[in-house]
Design a protein around this ligand. Structure first.
Ligand code: C2E
Ligand code: CA
Ligand code: CA
Length: 713
C-alpha cells in the first residue's frame, strides 16, 4: 500500500515510527530498527481499528499487549513506553473526525487492555520458562549425581559452569559446596554463606509446606521437591528463587547429600507485581480498573448459595461539557475528586469502588442484605456528589446517573450484570439524571434484543435472511390490480419473521438501510419484470411496483445512479416504479435534498408522499415537491370504521382529495379493511387503495392470483 503522507495510512506510519523509536532501545530483538517497525505496524493498525470500530472491543488491546511480548519487548520499559506513545499519539493520528472524548476514553481502555495482555503473556511465558528450567535442573541433577560417583573433575566443571545456583549440603544442613552463580545471587563472601546451616535460611514469607518438604527429603522419604522461596541476602535485601532440592544417595542407595538448584526470580517477580498493579489500576485515580473489577465481580458471582450482590453503575451527568469548556486537566482533577468521594462511600468489608473508564464508575456491595444496602449505597453516592468541587477557583457542580442491579449470585455472568447496569444507567439519564434507577429485567430484555438485532443486521443481509412481501394496490373505480407495494421482512434465525418496524429504525441508525434499501429496490424491480413476462401488460400499462425509501437513502449520493442502473439492468420502464417517501422526511427539505427526487421524477419515476396527514401536513408545500401521488395515512381510514363515519373526517378527506386532484396528484388510501370503507373512499374520489380487504402482504405469486382473478372475472 502506498502511504500518502497526510492520508490515514501515512499517519498510521508516523505513529508506528514514533513507537518503534521509543521502544526499540529497550527490546532484546535481533531485528534492525526498520525491521522492528514493520513488526509494530500491524499492531498499530489493530489499535487504530479498535479505536474507530463501531463496536468497541478491548480484546484488541490485549492482543497487542501480548504481541509485544512475542516481539521480545519484555522489559517493563517497553510496556510503559508503548503506553506513553499510544496515550500521546493514537487519538491524534488515528482518531480524525471522531468524538474526541469518546476516542480518548477508548484509547485509555485500550492502554489498560494492552497492559493486561502484556502481563498475561509475560506470565504465561515465565511459566513456560520455569518449566524448561525445572527440566534442565532434573537433568543437571542426574549429571551431578553421576559425576559424584565417577569423577570429581567432571563434576567440578558442571558445578561451576552452571548458570543457575547450585549448593550441596549434608543431611544435617551443613553447607558443603556452593557454585559461583549461587554466590553471585546472594552476594557476600563464600564464607558467610557456608557457615550458616540450611535450616537457618528461613524467610517470613515461607509457605508452610517449604520446611515440611525439607524434613521429608532429609529423612529420605522423598527424592526431590520444587518450591518458590525467598531468602534474606547477607545485606538484608530479599532474593526470590525457584528452588529445586534433590536427595543424593550413595552407591548403596543410602541418603547422603542434598543438592539445591536455584534460579533467581526476584526481578521477574517485581516486574510481575508492578505489571499486575498497572494492569489492574486506573492510572489517573488509582482506583481498581475495569479488569480488576471484572475479576472481583466474577468471583463474587460465583460465590456460594444465599449470597447476594448489589452494583451501582455511575456515569456523571454533563461531564463532557466540563471537559470541553475547562480543558482536560480540569476534567482529570474533577475525576480524581469524584473518585476520592466515591471511595469514601464504600468502605465496609465486601464493598469496592472502581473506575471503568471515562466518567464511568462502579460501586459493588456483597453480602446477604444487599437489597437494602444497595439503595443506601446509591443514595450515599448521589449525596457525596452534592457539595461543589473546587477547581481553579471555580465551584463545579457534578451530578450523576446510577443504574442499580441487585440480586442473588450464581444466576448471571459478570458481563450480563454490567450490561444490565449500563442499560439501567441510561434509563436514569434519560429520566433527567441526578438519580438512580433499579434494573428491570423486561426493559433490559427489550434493549438487549434491540442491541442483538442491530449487531446481527449486516450479516443478515449477506446471508440472505431478508425477503419481500407484496401487497396489491387496487383501483377503486373497477377493483383491478394496479401494482403492489414491496414490504421487507427479516427471517431471523432465532426470532422468526420480524416486521420492518422492528429493524428498519435500527438499519437507519446504523446506515445499513442504504445497502438493504438497494437490495429491496433491485429485488422488487426484478419482480415487476417477472410479472410482466408472466402475463404481459394490462390495458392500463404494466403492473407497478412501489418501494419505500428511508430518509437516509434520500441523502445518499448514489441514489439516482443506482436507481437508473437497476432499471436499465432489468429493462423495466421508469414509470413502472414508484418510490414512497414519508411526509416527515421532506419537511423543511431544501432544494439540495429534493434534487435527486426531482431528477428521478423527471425521468418518469413516480414519487409518492407516504403516510400523508400524520401531523405536519403543509398543504401549501405540496406544490414545491416533485411528488405525483399522495398516500393517505391509515389513520384516515380508521376514522371511517365506525358507522356512520365521522362527518368531519369525511370532509377532511374530501378536501384533501380535491386539493390533490387540483395539483394533478393521484390519491391512494392505506389500511382499507372493509368493503364499506372501500365504497366510502371511492365516493370521496380516491384513486387507488391498499389494505387487508383486498389482500394482506404476501408472496409475489399471490398477486398473480388476484390480478388474474380480476382479469378473467
Ligand atoms: P407503510 O409504508 O405505511 O406500509 C404499510 C403498512 O401497513 C405495512 O406494514 C402493511 O403491512 C400495513 N397494512 C397494510 N394493509 C393494512 C390494513 O388493512 N390494516 C392494517 N392495520 N395494516 C395494514 P409493515 O409491512 O409492517 O410495514 C411497516 C412500515 O415499514 C411501512 O409502512 C414502511 O414505512 C416500512 N417499510 C416496509 N418495507 C420497507 C422497505 O423496504 N424500506 C423502507 N425504508 N421501509 C420499509
Ligand atoms: Ca409505504
Ligand atoms: Ca404508509
Amino acid at each position: 500500500m502506498i502511504a500518502e503522507p497526510d492520508g490515514p495510512e501515512g499517519r498510521l506510519r508516523r505513529l508506528t515510527t514514533i513507537w518503534s523509536r521509543a521502544v526499540f532501545p529497550v527490546t532484546s530483538t535481533s531485528l534492525t530498527r526498520p525491521e522492528f517497525e514493520e513488526q509494530l505496524l500491524p499492531l498499530a493498525r489493530r489499535l487504530s481499528g479498535a479505536l474507530r470500530a463501531r463496536v468497541f472491543d478491548a480484546g484488541e488491546g490485549e492482543a497487542v499487549g501480548a504481541a509485544l511480548v512475542g516481539a521480545h519487548c519484555t522489559a517493563p520499559d517497553a510496556l510503559s513506553r508503548s503506553l506513553d506513545c499510544v496515550d500521546a499519539y493514537l487519538v491524534l493520528y488515528c482518531g480524525e473526525g471522531g468524538d474526541q472524548e469518546d476516542l480518548r476514553a477508548r484509547s485509555a481502555r485500550l492502554q489498560h487492555a494492552m497492559a493486561a495482555g502484556f502481563a498475561r503473556a509475560l506470565r504465561e511465558r515465565t511459566l513456560a520458562e520455569q518449566e524448561a528450567i525445572a527440566q534442565a535442573a532434573l537433568r543437571a541433577q542426574g549429571v551431578v549425581a553421576q559425576a559424584l560417583h565417577a569423577s570429581e573433575a567432571r563434576f567440578r566443571a558442571v558445578f561451576e559452569g552452571a548458570a543457575i545456583g547450585i549448593g550441596i549440603a549434608d543431611l544435617e544442613g551443613n553447607v558443603l559446596q556452593i557454585n559461583g552463580a549461587l554466590l553471585r545471587m546472594f552476594g557476600g563472601s563464600e564464607q558467610t554463606l557456608r557457615i550458616r546451616n540450611v535450616r537457618d535460611w528461613t524467610h517470613a514469607e515461607d509457605a508452610p509446606q517449604v520446611w515440611r518438604l525439607y524434613e521429608e527429603l532429609v529423612r529420605g522419604e522423598r527424592e526431590h521437591y520444587h518450591v518458590e522461596k525467598a531468602f534474606y541476602r547477607p545485606d538484608g535485601t530479599v532474593l526470590w528463587t525457584n528452588l529445586t532440592v534433590s536427595l543424593l544417595r550413595d552407591p548403596d542407595g543410602n541418603p547422603q547429600y542434598q543438592l539445591a538448584l536455584m534460579e533467581d526470580t526476584t526481578e521477574r517477580r517485581l516486574l510481575n507485581l508492578r505489571l499486575r498493579y498497572e494492569a489492574t489500576h486506573d492510572a489517573l485515580t488509582g482506583l481498581p480498573n475495569r479488569t480488576l473489577f471484572f475479576e472481583r465481580l466474577e468471583k463474587v458471582l460465583s460465590a456460594g448459595d444465599g449470597r447476594r450482590f448489589g452494583l451501582c453503575y455511575l456515569d456523571l451527568d454533563g461531564f463532557k461539557t466540563i471537559n470541553d469548556s475547562l480543558g482536560h486537566a480540569a476534567g482529570d482533577r474533577l475525576l480524581v475528586e469524584v473518585a476520592d468521594r466515591l471511595q469514601a462511600c464504600a468502605t465496609a468489608p465486601g464493598e469496592m469502588v472502581a473506575r471503568l473508564g471515562g466518567d464511568e464508575f462502579v460501586a459493588l456491595t456483597t453480602g446477604t442484605d444487599t437489597q437494602r444496602e444497595v439503595d443506601e449505597l446509591a443514595s450515599r453516592i448521589l449525596n457525596a456528589l452534592v457539595a461543589p468541587i473546587r477547581i481553579d477557583g471555580r465551584e463545579l457542580t457534578v451530578r450523576g446517573s446510577i443504574g442499580v442491579v441487585e440480586g442473588p449470585v450464581g444466576e448471571r455472568s459478570a458481563a450480563e450484570v454490567l450490561r444490565s447496569a449500563d442499560i439501567t444507567m441510561y434509563r436514569a439519564k434519560s429520566a433527567g439524571g441526578n438519580r438512580f434507577e433499579l434494573a428491570d429485567p423486561e426493559a433490559d430484555a427489550r434493549t438487549i434484543t434491540r442491541h442483538g438485532l442491530t449487531t446481527a443486521l449486516p450479516a443478515a443481509l449477506d446471508r440472505g435472511e431478508f425477503f419481500i412481501e407484496y401487497q396489491p394496490l387496487v383501483r377503486l373505480g373497477d377493483g383491478s390490480v394496479r401494482g403492489a407495494e414491496a414490504l421487507v421482512r427479516w427471517l431471523h434465525p432465532q426470532h422468526g419473521v420480524l416486521g420492518p418496524d422492528r429493524f428498519i429504525p435500527l438499519a437507519e441508525h446504523t446506515g445499513l438501510i442504504v445497502p438493504l434499501g438497494r437490495w429491496v429496490m433491485e429485488q422488487s424491480v426484478r419482480q415487476a419484470r417477472e410479472w410482466r413476462e408472466r402475463y404481459g401488460d394490462g390495458t392500463e400499462g404494466p403492473l407497478r411496483i412501489n418501494v419505500n425509501l428511508s430518509p437516509c437513502q434520500l441523502t445518499h449520493p448514489g441514489l439516482v445512479q443506482e436507481t437508473v442502473d437497476i432499471l436499465e439492468r432489468t429493462g423495466v420502464a421508469p414509470d413502472a416504479l414508484c418510490l414512497e417517501v414519508t411526509e416527515s422526511a421532506l419537511i423543511g427539505a431544501d432544494d439540495d435534498l429534493l434534487k435527486p427526487l426531482r431528477r428521478l421524477a423527471e425521468m418518469g419515476v413516480d414519487i409518492a408522499l407516504d403516510d400523508f396527514g400524520t401531523g405536519y401536513s403543509n398543504l401549501a408545500n405540496l406544490r414545491r415537491l416533485p411528488v405525483s401521488v399522495l398516500k393517505l395515512d391509515r389513520s384516515f381510514t380508521q376514522g371511517m370504521q365506525q358507522f356512520p363515519a365521522d362527518p368531519v373526517d369525511l370532509k377532511i378527506v374530501e378536501g384533501i382529495v380535491a386539493l390533490a386532484h387540483s395539483l394533478d396528484l393521484a390519491v391512494t388510501v392505506e389500511g382499507v379493511e372493509t368493503g364499506a370503507q372501500a365504497e366510502q373512499l371511492r365516493t370521496l374520489g380516491c384513486d387507488t387503495a391498499q389494505g387487508w380487504y383486498y389482500a394482506r402482504p404476501g408472496p409475489p405469486d399471490r398477486l398473480h392470483e388476484l390480478a388474474l382473478a380480476d382479469a378473467t372475472g
